[in-house]
Write a protein that binds this ligand. Structure first.
Ligand code: ATP
Length: 624
């Protein structure tokens, strides 16, 4: 059985994961990656480094991996966030690197990179004694202690820990230490690249350095590790299971576990009922209402506790204190389960669904069940695990049958997604219209039988199609794009930003590629809100991982922190935008983009990917 919590002990400061790899080695690799643009070369650099440190001691791998992805543990565990503010870091740099605060601030205004500033300051600072070199284990545990520091004296505690590390920094170490503390490593290293490199290194470690595995073996290992990670998104567990049982045994040991949120299955967009029918030709499929709420992965643990996780694995149980999954179980035979649901705002009086905007007015923290005004109904559409048995490799029909067996609907609190099985165009059209009348966004259409209907964690699958009413006349889907920059407003919009430069995320390169300017769909109030929210993230210059054309320079650049959901009339090839340009000669851009809403439930790396933009562009060309 997998433990749900990681085993690092941040309290004792030393434990079985304590790694003696010099931190300087990691930083030198970061430096090399920063100046390398070829993704294959970056994979080589990372794989060789991971292999080397594993040869010394395989326990080095977990903390090193976390430093590479600039995280401190799994996303679903609390207390793993760094992202320290620039004020605190400037003060610390000034106090420990022999510069006045004004000097640090001025330099920051000039170059916008605190890491670089700390490095420059450290390297000209005279030191009497050569400090003891930092190790990966030490830095990792210190970063964890900094993230976990709480209470009255926490600020001082953080400063003390950072200073202690800074004074031991040499060469490029200070640069990457400060950037890690800010949660902005900025070296163009995507997490996907780290995962591939990890799997290469684990394979080499397992097979011995003299064996050159075939491409097939490499691909299989990568797939196994990726599958395991989608079910158990915890590097510590996946790496240690590989080391203990071998890559081929991962599937047996890293399985769905209540208490560990798996990465949810995602759907591909479609523009028309005919497209749906073409896809499922001759095979049975089920159409369900597509509810407009918030994805909720509900876990019941064997110890009787319950957790609700968001789309990106954040624990949001506290947000829904009024929900108790045990009220919705049909018999006493259930000890644990994992359900996939949509949480939707519910009007109890009139027994109907309320719009997403109402749900978003609910408090996110410290919610007391007594004070809850906006009620929520869970619409369940899948059962992924029951009493310790993963069900993802069963057909959707079987999973839903099981779902109906082990749970029971409770009016206005727990229901099943409304569904219909038909391949008749008129019936489907009618069902789509009905879904919209019933305050849903459209339909989710899913393969019903056979292996193609298995639940594919994390995958945007052709076996799930979304058909939203909004899409029927647009590009086929809305896009969630990262705000990279802004243009100052004129006229009525003076004093705020009037337009924004948006980009998609290239999951292979870790870069954001520009794809449109947007200025439509914003109220004055919203523009003010966006100004207040984005201004603190402004940078003097764009970062190296923004791909843009100099003709499209905005007035202000931002750190990637916010996603806009936008709808466009269509997509076209563009000489000045860059979406998909690493695979396509030209970039792809959105025509007539219109703002729909802010996407706070997605991480910036979950922005629409370049690959998805290319898919949408190509789907559109096929139709026309
Ligand atoms: P994506 O998740 O595809 O990146 P997104 O977050 O913008 O995009 P949508 O395009 O709205 O989401 O579609 C998928 C989401 O629809 C799911 O993540 C889930 O929250 C929601 N949903 C509502 N009803 C259903 C249903 N019956 N089956 C599956 N998902 C549903």
């Amino acid at each position: 059985k997998l433990k749900t919590e990681t085993t690092f002990s941040s309290k004792t400061g030393a434990d079985e994961h304590f790694s003696t790899v010099p931190y300087a080695d990691v930083c030198n690799i970061f430096q090399e990656i920063e100046s390398t643009s070829s993704r294959l070369s970056i994979i080589d650099i990372c794989s060789s480094f991971f292999t080397r440190i594993m040869k010394e001691d395989s326990r080095n791998l977990v903390p090193t991996t976390y430093l590479f992805i600039n995280k401190l543990g799994p996303d679903y565990e609390p207390g793993m966030e760094l992202g320290l503010g620039e004020g605190l870091l400037m003060k610390t740099i000034s106090e420990s690197c022999g510069k006045s605060l004004v000097q640090v601030k001025n330099r920051y205004r000039e170059m916008g990179d605190l890491g670089q500033i700390a490095m420059e300051a450290r390297n000209v600072q005279p030191t009497m004694f050569k400090p003891k070199p930092l190790t990966v284990g030490e830095v990792f545990i210190n970063l964890r202690n900094i993230a976990n520091a709480q209470g009255k004296d926490s600020q001082n505690k953080k400063i003390k820990l950072i200073k202690r590390m800074l004074t031991a920094c040499q060469g490029v170490e200070a640069k990457f230490l400060i950037r890690s503390l800010e949660s902005k490593l900025r070296i163009g290293l995507a997490e996907k690249t780290v995962l591939i490199s990890l799997s290469n290194a684990l394979l080499r470690h397992e097979q011995g350095l003299d064996v050159k595995p075939t491409d097939e073996v490499v691909d299989k290992a990568e797939q196994s590790i990726r599958d395991a990670f989608c079910q158990v998104p915890n590097y510590e567990i996946v790496i240690n299971t590989c080391l203990e049982h071998g890559i081929s045994q991962l599937g047996r040991h890293c399985q769905l576990t209540p208490g560990i949120p798996l990465k949810p299955m995602l759907a591909k967009p479609t523009k028309a009922i005919t497209e749906v029918l073409d896809r499922f030709q001759g095979q049975l499929f089920i159409s369900e209402y597509k509810y407009d709420g918030e994805r909720a992965q509900v876990h019941l643990l064997p110890d009787g506790t319950m957790r609700i996780y968001s789309r990106n694995g954040e624990n949001m149980t506290e947000r829904y204190p009024e929900i108790d999954i045990r009220d919705f179980l049909s018999s006493s035979g259930t000890e644990s389960l994992i359900l996939d649901c949509e949480a939707v705002a519910w009007d109890k009086e009139h027994n109907k669904i309320l719009p997403f905007q109402v749900l978003s007015t609910r408090k996110r923290k410290d919610v007391d069940a007594k004070d809850v005004k906006v009620r929520v109904c869970l619409f369940a559409f899948d059962l992924l695990c029951h009493n310790g048995k993963p069900l993802i490799n069963k057909s959707l029909r079987e999973r839903q049958e099981e779902l109906h067996k082990v749970t029971k609907p409770v009016d206005g609190e727990f229901r099943y997604a409304t569904k219909l099985i038909t391949a008749n165009t008129e019936e489907l059209q009618h069902f789509l219209d009905q879904s919209v009348k019933d305050s849903c966004e459209g339909l989710m259409v899913k393969m019903l039988d056979g292996p193609e209907s298995y639940y594919e964690p994390s995958k945007r699958s052709r076996n799930w199609l979304k058909l939203k009413k909004d899409y029927l006349n647009g590009v086929g889907d809305s896009l969630d794009l990262c705000v990279l920059g802004a243009y100052y407003g004129r006229g009525k919009r003076t004093g705020t930003y009037g337009g924004f430069l948006l980009g998609c995320y290239n999951q292979d390169t870790g870069e954001y590629e520009t794809c449109c300017k947007i200025g439509t769909g914003f109220s004055e109030e919203l523009l003010q809100h966006l100004y207040d929210r984005l201004k603190p993230t402004a940078m003097e210059a764009p970062v190296a991982f923004y791909v843009y054309d100099s003709a499209q320079q905005p007035d202000v650049w931002f750190e990637p922190s916010l996603l806009f959901e936008v709808l466009a009339a269509d997509l076209s090839l563009s000489p000045v935008y860059k979406a998909g340009s690493s695979q396509y000669d030209k970039g792809i851009s959105l025509r007539f983009p219109r703002f729909l809403r802010i996407r706070d439930d997605k991480l910036v790396e979950e922005a629409t990917s370049s690959e998805q933009v290319i898919d949408l562009y190509e789907a559109q060309s096929q139709l026309s």
